[in-house]
Structure formats: C-alpha cells, structure tokens
Design a protein around this ligand. Structure first.
Ligand SMILES: [Zn+2]
Ligand SMILES: [Zn+2]
Length: 115
C-alpha cells in the first residue's frame, strides 16, 4: 500500500512512556505514538495532553495508539481515523505497564484529573 503523508514506518518509538511526562515527573492515562518521528506522548484525556501538543508544535499530523491491542491511526489535520502501515516495533507499551501510569506517580484520585 502507499504510505500516507505524515507516516514513517521506520521511525522507532521514543520509549515506553510519555516523553514530557517522564521528564516532568508526571503521569498519563493512555499513550499515543507520533507516526512520523516516533515521539510517545499522552492522550487528550490525560492531564497534560502531550501527544496533541507534539503534533501542534511539530506539524506531525498522525498518531497511532500506543496501547496494547489497539492499532488505529488518527489524523489531526483531517480530524479523522485513517489506515496506515505496520510501524517499527514495538507498536505498544509493555502489556504489564499499567494505564494510567507510571504506577508510582498516579494519584489515588486520578479519575478526577482526566479531561
Ligand atoms: Zn504527557
Ligand atoms: Zn513527531
């Protein structure tokens, strides 16, 4: 298939957690991976919404869910789902890594902090 604009299947994910939350000692709900550069950020329900912020700051338009068992892509420019190729492994965070996470930094009242 033709690879859509904004997707680089060879870009490896940046890690197993949100880049900005890890550096700020924050926590996230679900994780999203930039399909262009591999940046892993937190979803729009998370307190800090770093995946959307990355897309806005860089112009990288497409994310893929980084949750185990989820393969959908989202295009911020078109505001719609799209089909994409298999990205460089791993395509999700480890299955034993909790959501929300990381476990040590999630507050007991985390649900009150979701958007
Ligand atoms: Zn984050
Ligand atoms: Zn990116």
């Amino acid at each position: 298939m033709t690879v859509p604009a904004g997707i680089d299947p060879s870009a490896a994910p940046s890690g197993t957690g949100c880049v900005e939350c890890e550096s700020a000692q924050g926590w996230w709900f679900h994780l999203r991976r930039c399909a262009q550069c591999g940046h892993v950020g937190c979803c729009d329900s998370s307190p800090s919404r770093h995946a959307s912020a990355h897309a806005a700051a860089t112009g990288h338009p497409v994310i893929q869910s980084f949750e185990p068992g989820e393969e959908w892509f989202w295009d911020y420019a078109r505001e719609d789902y799209l089909d994409g190729p298999e990205l460089a492994a791993p395509t999700s965070h480890p299955a034993d890594q909790p959501a929300p996470g990381p476990r040590s930094r999630v507050p007991s009242d985390w649900q009150r902090h979701l958007h």
